[in-house]
Write a protein that binds this ligand. Structure first.
Ligand code: BDP
Length: 673
């Protein structure tokens, strides 16, 4: 919808008292259905619900030439692929089945919306399982969710089925997501009760025509908690029988149920190790219950314990020896990095280290460690960086921890919708670049008029593309990690060292600052985590002079006066990076301001306010980290870096973090510059 059109709609709406036009972000990147240029759409006769959706979507928004949808056998296309071609009678979208036609329709509409010529092509998704993980609890809260409460209304279900479930399914299908784990990995067994399964079945019914399968997070101790058994030992026949009966019960209600996601023996969750069994024994027992129905187990490798020396090594130590021991319907689900969704981590060395085992990557779409829904952090650059190291073809599937809640605009920050979108697009095609994805998403979502000056749209693009690097710079540059305030993972607390707390939950465990330098020595003279990487890479990482600087403090304890590639000492470079992070946010603010005349005012104001918060927080991070580390470096803050206006004690006094940091005024900052 262009600007003129929105204006006309706005005026009409005011005159008629209708408010349907108003921007509220609920439509995401999708068309609200304002098609005034309908072309002829021909669909296959057997009009299944899926084909009906495809036709509905095309009728709503297709601006192109007449189009024929056809089911045609084509062995290249598999279950979900599609082909766009021309024959004598015109443009054709063909697929082996209805779902391929739906995906093809969304692809054509994307071309349309981006004003692109229709590309004749064949597309098949890179993975069969492209799944969002909801960390939604049954009481409606969301662990690490920043967009309101859960969209699943368990109290109303199964009697009341919210229309939002359909809208959610539509959004997912439009970007190629084909599976949803409904509940938190810290799972309540209750989700597997008959009462809840009836509710789950209703959601599955809504999802089905959109090609989306429902999965559930399963608590390993469910046979005890729900079934009243004395044990959940995977080798005890009654336990296996309980899971088998449970699987049979589920498939009676949900014939296309996807399977289970399991967090076992991690952060207090039960698991097979409680009974001296391995992860493989636990996973296989559950997988065998699902196997006759075609279901899978996604078994998480997110394990670590306070007893061991280096948390970054632990998943590898525990899982690598199990290579080849998992059944063929188990996929080991591994977070992209070895610690925990930090703004930048090297890839987890488990990838590629288990050639006989199916693996999948888990990305975090919700911004637990990247400014929640207050900061712009477009994450496609982080995920494509992962694919620079880990070949997409070495993976079996892909998962993303959802950033969706019941806020009207779904994701809290309007720009965080881009991360949901980008996750789906990369799950379908991991070869896409961050730029290609933003080129699709931006015009569809921000709805600026076609004649918006190029320097403005280029500015917006840069704002998005540089945003993740900005977060890295103002939070944790050069490979620093886990400097977060305890618990909420929002503000800086590099000093946090709660007496009696788990050391591996405290920032000093990770940054190791002392008078000699900064960083965790994971080289061969330290924890030797480098040795878990393939030999050539390990060698490069092991040497402080060849280790990429973005990871230098991840792998090395670097002397404060170490000469960085820029010629600056480590201390100077650290100061420069924090300063640069703060300045990047100021640039983002300018880019957003330049777009003001072209963006819906509600949307513009919302993002503008959040950018002010982001600018405040960037400064807070910079001040907190530099003042704290300065105690160890004993070096002055260089002249080119704006000196902090708070004292370390003032910053330490911010207990709740999120709201009571008083941002220095721009005048004060400028006077210091
Ligand atoms: C951490 C989160 C925690 C999750 C855990 C997980 O802080 O809330 O339960 O990961 O992935 O990032 O299991």
């Amino acid at each position: 919808m262009n600007k003129l059109k929105s204006l006309i709609l706005a005026v009409t709406a005011i005159l008629t008292g209708s408010t349907a036009w108003a921007y509220d972000g609920s439509c995401l990147w999708l068309s609200g259905g304002d098609n005034d240029n309908q072309a002829v759409i021909t669909v296959p006769k057997s009009k299944s619900p899926t084909v009906a959706i495809a036709a509905e979507e095309l009728n709503k928004a297709w601006h192109g030439e007449p189009l024929r949808l056809e089911i045609k056998r084509d062995k290249n296309l598999g279950n979900e692929g599609f082909r766009v071609y021309r024959d004598k009678k015109g443009l054709v979208l063909s697929a082996n089945n209805d779902l391929g036609l739906l995906y093809g329709s969304y692809a054509l509409l994307r071309d349309n919306a981006a004003g692109k010529a229709i590309a004749l092509r064949e597309e098949i998704p890179a993975y069969n399982v492209r799944v969002l993980n909801h960390w939604d609890n049954l009481d409606g809260t969301i662990e690490r969710g920043y967009a309101g409460h859960s969209i699943w209304n368990w109290n109303e279900l199964p009697d009341v089925v919210s229309p939002r479930y359909r809208e959610y399914a539509r959004a997912n299908a439009s970007v190629g997501i084909n599976g949803v784990v409904l509940n938190n990995v810290n799972a309540s067994s209750k989700i597997l009760s008959a009462e809840y399964l009836a509710k789950v079945a209703k959601i599955a019914d809504v999802f089905r025509p959109y090609g989306i399968k429902v999965y559930l997070s399963a608590n390993f101790a469910a046979p005890m908690q729900l079934g009243g058994l004395k044990t959940a030992d995977p080798l005890v026949p009654e336990v296996a029988a309980w899971w088998k009966a449970k699987a049979d019960e589920i498939y009676k209600l949900i014939p296309d149920f996807g399977g289970f996601l399991v967090k076992a023996n991690s952060e207090g969750q039960p698991g097979p190790c409680d009974f001296d069994r391995t992860h493989a024994e636990g996973a296989n027992m559950m997988a065998r219950a699902l196997k006759p129905h075609g279901g899978i187990v996604m078994w998480r490798a997110f394990v670590y314990s306070p007893a061991d020396a280096d948390r970054a090594k632990q998943a590898y130590i525990e899982f690598q020896p199990l290579d080849g021991k998992f059944d063929d319907n188990v996929i080991v689900q591994i977070k992209n990095g070895p610690i925990d969704f930090q703004p930048r981590e090297p890839y987890s060395p488990l990838f590629g280290a288990m050639p006989q085992t199916d693996q999948m990557v888990e990305f975090q779409v919700t911004q637990e460690y990247l400014g929640h829904s207050n900061h712009i952090a477009y994450l496609a650059p982080m995920w494509t960086e992962f694919f620079d190291y880990v070949s997409p073809s070495s993976l079996k599937a892909i998962a993303g921890v959802a950033n969706v809640g019941n806020d009207t605009n779904w994701t809290g920050h309007p720009m965080a919708q881009a991360n949901w979108y980008a996750f789906g697009r990369l799950a379908w095609n991991p070869q896409l670049s961050s730029e290609e994805i933003i080129d699709e998403w931006m015009p569809m979502t921000l709805n600026y008029p076609e004649n918006t000056p190029k320097e403005v749209t280029d500015g917006l693009k840069k704002m998005m593309l540089n945003s993740r690097e900005a977060v890295v710079d103002y939070m944790m540059p050069l490979g620093l990690h886990h400097l977060f305030a305890f618990g909420h993972h929002y503000g800086p607390e590099p000093w946090c060292d709660i007496k009696g707390g788990r050391p591996d939950w405290m920032p000093p465990y990770y940054h190791r600052a002392d008078s000699a330098g900064l960083g965790f020595n994971r080289s061969s003279s330290g924890s030797n985590a480098v040795a878990q990487y393939p030999a050539q890479l390990a060698k490069k990482l092991d040497n402080i002079n060849t280790c990429p600087e973005e990871f230098i403090l991840w792998f090395h304890h670097v002397p404060w006066d170490f000469k960085m590639k820029s010629g600056a000492t480590l201390w100077q470079e650290l100061c420069n990076r924090y300063q640069s992070g703060v300045e990047s946010v100021e640039t983002m603010q300018r880019q957003w301001t330049a777009a003001k005349p072209y963006i819906d005012p509600e949307l513009w104001n919302d993002v503008n306010e959040r950018l002010m918060t982001q600018a405040r927080d960037a400064n807070w991070w910079k001040e907190g980290c530099l003042l704290y580390f300065q105690q160890f470096s004993g070096m002055p803050i260089p002249d080119n870096v704006t000196p902090p206006v708070h004292t370390l004690d003032q910053l330490k006094g911010i207990k709740l973090g999120i709201s009571n940091y008083e941002c220095p005024t721009p005048e004060l900052l400028n006077s210091k510059r």
